[in-house]
Ligand binder design. Structure first.
Ligand SMILES: Cc1cc2nc3c(=O)[nH]c(=O)nc-3n(C[C@H](O)[C@H](O)[C@H](O)COP(=O)(O)OP(=O)(O)OC[C@H]3O[C@@H](n4cnc5c(N)ncnc54)[C@H](O)[C@@H]3O)c2cc1C
Length: 458
């Protein structure tokens, strides 16, 4: 195997599994620290060949940012790290090797001297299989594309639906989970369908319903009560209905089931609550917490393994500034854990002592759509337009690579002038209409027998 990092045969190999904030910024940190004389090859393995900037995902859903503008090709982000497209299937800690499955089905073992686990977390469904099978999520780029298409498909089909009950079901979207991402997704999808509906003559604003369901007695537990109350008021003003103190109990083809309440007639549940560990961890001998996260010390070294490290959402990293607590699962933490982890790997390669990671959250910003936001920046609380502008400025600055920043800034400007693009990104090829099956539940599969002709549409 060629030593892609420095052009020779490596003395040491560092293998990074994952391609999110933790993994990518660890690779970039190592690129800064490692010298050619270290003769160390860094390899990063991820199933997708791009890095997704998740804070902008809700804006991809709402069509404010073009699909490919908040992602960055990993090969363009790295100067010396070797990128390999594939998914880690299993880890052999004793043999120091990770089995990787590539898109063509080939599987290879990747040996390592140091291993970094940064596989993030999965969506958790609390054992509700119906929800897992029949809901939409907002975690990956594919999710965002699917959700945006779904929202527009709902409007298209409602425009021709004449049964009022079916129409009401189609135009009602339920979002489960009133945390930070649930609120952002509800706000953005609400903005999208309300703005898009203006192009559909038979759909009025009153026909549209976005219902946010939250188990606690208020939304946004990440923020103080005042900011959460501001968000509640603004969401309601923009048309989002809030149901607190209750949970989604299941989903059918025509309704979202709500605990101790009447079902909500709806064909679209967006699931934004619950996290679960990546199955790669459960299937390995990595030290794990009771909930299945990788157990590491404050230097991010896995307990009992001197050359295995983990960071980001998949790891439970003790917070030494706040004893008894762990680093939160946030990009702003993963992005700071990564260079500290890179320093610790290099220190341990050079026989030096690894240092504990510490970082205090700087604050948090959330968009509420419609020129609104809330947030804390150090000791300051911000809300409304100021928070929205702060959100846009901060995340634009944080988005990797100038090219993508320019593209996103252009998207935002064009959106302000011309409104949202409401074209559905259909995936079927001219030779095969089968790609349309994403929306089969709304349209029926085009390969099926034609359904009953319902007469002439007025
Ligand atoms: C919609 C949304 C909005 C968010 N907004 C914010 C925000 O505004 N601010 C903030 O601080 N945080 C935000 N977060 C949280 C933030 O995205 C996460 O905390 C952060 O992404 C964690 O980084 P990570 O590297 O641990 O995991 P991830 O970024 O999730 O990356 C995990 C990577 O591992 C890869 N992977 C998984 N399994 C395998 C395998 N078997 N083999 C190889 N690779 C694998 C995945 O493909 C992925 O690339 C948001 C999250 C979401 C979903």
């Amino acid at each position: 195997m060629r030593g892609a990092n420095f052009g020779g045969s490596p003395d040491r190999r560092i293998l990074i599994v994952g391609g999110g904030f933790g993994a990518v910024y660890t690779a970039l940190g190592l690129e800064k620290l490692l010298k050619p004389e270290d003769r160390t090859e860094v390899t990063l393995v991820n199933p997708e060949n791009f890095f997704l900037f998740t804070p902008m995902l809700a804006e991809i859903v709402s069509s404010q940012i073009d699909t490919s503008h908040a992602i960055n090709p990993l090969r363009r982000m790295f100067k010396r790290t070797r990128f390999v497209e594939g998914a880690a299937k299993s880890i052999d800690l004793a043999a120091q090797s990770v089995l990787v499955r590539h898109p063509n089905g080939d599987e290879f073992g990747y040996p390592y001297d140091h291993l970094v686990i940064a596989v993030g977390a999965r969506v958790g469904y609390f054992g509700m299989e119906d929800v897992e099978k029949n809901s939409y999520t907002a975690k990956t780029l594919g999710d965002a594309i699917r959700l945006r298409n779904r929202a527009i498909a709902l409007l298209e089909i409602a425009e021709i639906e004449r049964n009022p009950d079916s129409r009401a079901e189609i135009l009602t979207l339920v979002v489960a989970g009133g945390g930070f991402t649930g609120v952002e997704v509800a706000a953005e999808i609400n903005d999208l369908i309300r703005q898009a509906a203006k192009s559909y003559p038979s759909i009025t604003q009153r026909d549209l319903r976005v219902i946010l369901v939250e188990a606690k007695n208020r939304i946004l537990p990440e923020f103080d009560e005042g900011l959460a109350a501001f968000a509640t008021k603004r969401l309601r003003a923009s048309g989002v209905e809030l149901r607190t103190n209750t949970t989604v109990a299941g989903v059918t083809d025509h309704a979202v089931l709500i605990k101790d309440q009447d079902p909500i007639p709806s064909r679209t549940l967006i699931w934004n609550t619950g996290v679960a560990p990546n199955p790669l961890i459960a299937g390995s001998d990595l030290p794990q917490t009771g909930r299945g996260w990788v157990k590491v010390d404050a230097t991010m070294r896995a307990e009992g393994w001197a050359n295995v490290w983990a960071l980001g959402d998949c790891a439970q990293i003790p917070d030494i500034l706040n004893p008894g607590h762990n680093q939160p699962a946030l990009a702003q933490h993963a992005i700071r854990e990564a260079p500290a982890l890179a320093r610790n790997i290099v220190a341990s390669m050079r026989g030096e002592v690894a240092q504990p990671f510490h970082y205090r959250t700087m604050g948090q910003l959330a968009t509420l759509g419609h020129f609104n936001g809330i947030g804390t920046i150090g000791p300051f609380r911000v809300q409304g337009l100021v928070a929205w502008l702060a959100w846009r400025s901060y995340y634009l600055w944080r988005l990797p690579r100038l090219e993508k920043r320019l593209r996103v800034a252009t998207d935002w400007t064009v959106d302000l002038i011309f409104g949202r693009d409401i074209s559905q990104i259909q995936t079927y090829a001219a030779t095969s209409p089968k790609g349309r099956d994403l929306e089969d539940d709304l349209y029926g599969n085009p390969n099926d027998e034609p359904s009953t002709v319902k007469g002439t549409h007025r």
